[in-house]
Design a protein around this ligand. Structure first.
Ligand code: NAD
Ligand code: FES
Length: 278
């Protein structure tokens, strides 16, 4: 169960794994995530599903080493089995034929935007995708994104590939040149600051924007309250009410503050793990 069938190293600390997960592969829909544990005493890691193969009974997950638990996941290899994998969790993306849509994926968020863009395309939308990363080496799944998009714009912060700048620069140009004002909806997945800035930008153009919040989670079943966020002055639980919300209604300062609250403990755990590994 939950065997890692294959592992791809995209860049230092950036990996993709195909995992044997029959029940999740049968049911998963775009926008949903799984909780992974590498071993019995491990932390539960929420990971958005990047792809799935229903007949092959497997799912594809992409992760960036950001702390001890993702470092432990990166240390696992083909043939190893995850201790547990629970899902699919969260609500699926609201896929309809909106007309013209823009899918924005930043950093590891490129993975999560892929099944959303594919379903939007299958539903008859014209899909423009913007994918961005710090540099060329951190752009991944570009071909997969191209297959499900009518147009793809690639950005890198340092200009080593595609257009130099942030994904928001490319999005602003699209919105400015949208003379017929027919961009019906924007999806954005990536670091919180990127999703916040996408939402701030699109608000000025009155384009509805859906973001996928990467809140800290513990149980992921709506019981602990760890993942709570304020959306339109209501308290919501990212794991069961989300992870997708209207970006114009998210209380971004609260969300970003809550993301930072275990940083000192995360650093201690990572330092200890790296010392033990040596
Ligand atoms: P990163 O810091 O490399 O940023 C990726 C891209 O986001 C940049 O290339 C840029 O285009 C854009 N960006 C960054 N800062 C910006 C700013 N201030 N304004 C506008 N755009 C900006 O990203 P990373 O290191 O790959 O981190 C990925 C993050 O995405 C992690 O925090 C992870 O938790 C999160 N994530 C979220 C989900 C989700 O479902 N919400 C899924 C995967 C990853
Ligand atoms: Fe516990 Fe969402 S992670 S309520």
């Amino acid at each position: 169960m939950y065997k890692i069938e294959s592992k791809i190293k995209y860049a230092e600390g950036l990996y993709g794994i195909w995992v044997d997960a029959q029940y999740v592969a049968e049911k998963v829909e775009p926008g949903q995530f799984v909780m992974v544990m590498t071993h019995e005493k491990g932390e539960r890691i929420p990971l958005t599903i990047a792809d799935y193969d229903r007949s092959g009974k497997k799912i594809f997950l992409v992760f960036l080493v950001a702390g001890k638990s993702t470092a432990q996941l990166a240390d696992m290899n083909e043939g190893d089995e995850l201790f547990s994998l629970v899902g699919p969790l969260g609500k699926q993306s609201e896929i309809e034929n909106y007309g013209r849509v823009v899918c924005v994926g930043g950093g590891t968020g490129i993975a999560a935007i892929h099944p959303i863009a594919r379903s939007l395309k299958e539903a008859g939308n014209e899909v423009i995708s913007i994918i961005g990363a710090k540099n060329k080496g951190l752009i991944f799944m570009e071909e997969d994104i191209r297959k499900v998009s009518d147009k793809v714009i690639v950005t890198t912060d340092d200009g080593s590939y595609g257009r130099k700048g942030f994904v928001t620069d490319a999005l602003k140009d699209l919105l400015d040149n949208d003379e017929e004002e027919d961009i019906a909806r924007v999806w954005a997945v990536g670091p919180a600051i990127m999703m916040k800035n996408v939402a701030l930008l699109t608000r000025g153009y009155n384009v509805k924007t859906i973001v996928s919040l990467n809140a800290i989670m513990v149980d992921a079943t709506g019981m602990c309250g760890t993942c709570r966020v304020t959306v339109g002055e209501e308290t919501k639980l990212t794991c069961v009410d989300g992870p997708e919300f209207d970006g114009h209604l998210v209380d971004w300062s609260e969300f970003m503050n809550r993301l930072m609250r275990y940083k000192p403990q995360e650093k201690i755990a990572m330092d200890l793990y790296m010392k033990r590994r040596q």
